[in-house]
Design a protein around this ligand. Sequence first.
Ligand SMILES: C[S@@+](CC[C@H](N)C(=O)[O-])C[C@H]1O[C@@H](n2cnc3c(N)ncnc32)[C@H](O)[C@@H]1O
Length: 224
Amino acid sequence: MKAPISTRLLACCDYIAPGDRVADVGCDHGYLGIHLLLTGLASRVIAADIRPGPLECAVKNGKKYGVSERMIFCLSDGVQSVPRDFDTLVCAGMGADVMVSILEKAPWLRSTGYRLVLQCQSKTPTLRKYLSETGWTIRRENVLRDGRFLYTVMEAVWAPSPALTSGQCYISPALMASGSPVLPEYIRWVRDHLALSVRNQPDKEGSPEAAALEELEHIKEERL
Ligand SMILES: C[S@@+](CC[C@H](N)C(=O)[O-])C[C@H]1O[C@@H](n2cnc3c(N)ncnc32)[C@H](O)[C@@H]1O
């Protein structure tokens, strides 16, 4: 039996290493973890959510797909009540503010023993900036289409690297190197939004947004 998993969540699974012990925080229906167990990619999954309703749904689905004995279910704000013996933290379908707050409350994650797989739904440049400033390196990043929308998924590791520039907070070096077929469309979309935002608010001149736009305007046309 296959779990009904979206293209967006499948893209998160691409960054899971064989045998990983995965903590899926904000699991909701639990399908990401269930898919990882059904395909044999993960050895164990902790499915956590801050709300009882989604967690109950994950418990029900875990039983339905016959993988619940390899799942641990945690009612938890972020990783606060999650056992620490996992390899990869997945946070998908949340905005940057929630993700930053989850990471900020768990300084113990800042270790080479953990990897992050983050699929951010809003304010993604804020998340990239935070990661870069706290010591996380975005090692891989991809952009993909799911239905009408483009989504990015990133893998971050605890490793020193130069801080991202304003423009790189919008299009990271890892994303630039992804070779994604929809990257040119994504860059154009980011540039258009930045241009609109800078144009509509004159006080944004000299702001990080204006600096980012200037950087992104230098991306060579042949790459778009
Ligand atoms: C939009 S759903 C995304 C579900 C799934 N990860 C996906 O991408 O399809 C966001 C989920 O995150 C949960 N959530 C929000 N804040 C959270 C937090 N601080 N800790 C754990 N779960 C949280 C919500 O209850 C909700 O079930």
